[in-house]
Every structure is written in C-alpha cells, then in structure tokens.
Write a protein that binds this ligand. Structure first.
Ligand code: HEC
Length: 163
C-alpha cells in the first residue's frame, strides 16, 4: 500500500474513531453537569385562566357555537367535517381541563360531569371521523346533556345549551 493511500484509508479513520471514543464520557458527563446545575422542579400542568367564567366564555362558548352552527347549516351547505371534528375534539379535550378547576364543594360530582361531557365529546369526534351525520348530531345532543347536567347542578340551571 502506498503511504498516501495508507494514511487516508487506515490512519485517518483510526484516529477519528479511537481519538473521539475516549472523549465521549466527558462530553456526556459535562452535559449532565449542566443539567444538574440548572435543574428546577419539573413544570406542572396549571391553568392559564383561573376564572371559570372567562374559561367557559373563551374556550367552551365559541367552540360550542361554531359546532352548533356547522351542524345546523349542514343540511343546506354540506357538512364541514374538518371543522366539526376539530371543535368536537377541542371540547372533549377541554373537559380534561375542568379537572384542574374543581370547586371546593361536591368536587366528585364536578369530576363526574366533566368525564361524562368528555366521553360525549369523544363519541362526537369519532362519529365525525366516520362522517356519519345522524350519529354526529346525536352525539352532540348527548354531549350537551352532560354539559347541561353540570350547569344544572353548579349554575342553578343557567346556561342550558340547545343543540
Ligand atoms: C364540570 C362542570 C361543567 C361542565 C362539564 C361544563 N361546564 Fe360549562 N360552565 C360551567 C360553569 C360553572 C359555568 C359558569 C361560569 C361562570 O359564569 O362563572 C359554565 C358556563 C358555560 C357557558 C356560558 C359562558 C358565558 O359566558 O356565559 C357555556 C356556553 C358553557 N358553559 C359551555 C359548556 C359546554 C359546551 C360544555 C360541554 C362540552 C360545558 N360547558 C361543560 C361548568 C361546566
């Protein structure tokens, strides 16, 4: 083998491989040191808007209104499945955020209503996925019954939502 060829095919790769291997532990450990130095308690889930009225008004209300309009318009204009699916999922997932907002009294009932509304939203999302209009509309009504059950108990029957 000629010296130039020997250098580029044998010496150079060997230097690269065996030269960097011993450095790896120090690279890894220095990363860990940095992480340890700046480590803080892991961030927790927390609500951005603590006021329940604002939360319902800006997360649930516009989503519910869009959904209702899209479902009621569909006979005339054809279903906007993407919008319906999106809003059904937003409402279903937003019910999880109600778990962060339990009242002091009757928290168990609150959680049960939130879980039932979440299940209704999830059924609606799945029905919209299969583009089955009667099933989607039925799931919407069923979800609203669960939304309203919480409003009945915790809001003295205010905000009774219509399909
Ligand atoms: C676990 C209880 C609970 C569930 C479940 C719940 N809500 Fe509410 N909702 C409330 C409370 C409490 C209020 C009243 C907030 C206030 O004004 O202080 C409210 C108010 C509202 C309002 C009126 C907002 C306004 O600005 O007047 C709308 C609209 C609403 N909810 C939609 C929904 C929809 C849609 C669902 C179901 C997908 C739902 N809610 C499920 C507790 C709940």
């Amino acid at each position: 083998m000629r010296p130039v060829v020997f250098c580029s095919f044998v010496v150079l790769p060997a230097v690269l491989i065996f030269g960097t291997v011993p450095l790896i532990p120090s690279i890894v450990s220095s990363r860990h040191k940095v992480a340890a130095a700046t480590s803080q308690p892991a961030p927790q889930m927390e609500s951005v808007e603590q006021d329940m009225h604002e939360f319902m008004e800006y997360v649930f209300q516009p989503t519910y209104r869009r959904l209702r309009k899209n479902l009621n318009d569909q006979a005339a204009e054809g279903p906007s499945w993407k919008a319906i699916r999106s809003d059904a999922l937003i409402l279903a997932e937003s019910c999880n955020l109600l778990f962060l907002r339990q009242p002091e009294a009757d928290a168990d009932d609150w959680i049960r209503h939130a879980a039932a509304a979440r299940a209704g939203g999830s059924d609606m999302y799945k029905a919209a996925q299969s583009k089955d209009f009667p099933k989607t509309a039925a799931a919407f009504r069923s979800m609203l019954n669960h939304c309203n059950a919480c409003h009945r108990q915790f809001e003295d029957g205010r905000h009774i939502l219509k399909p």
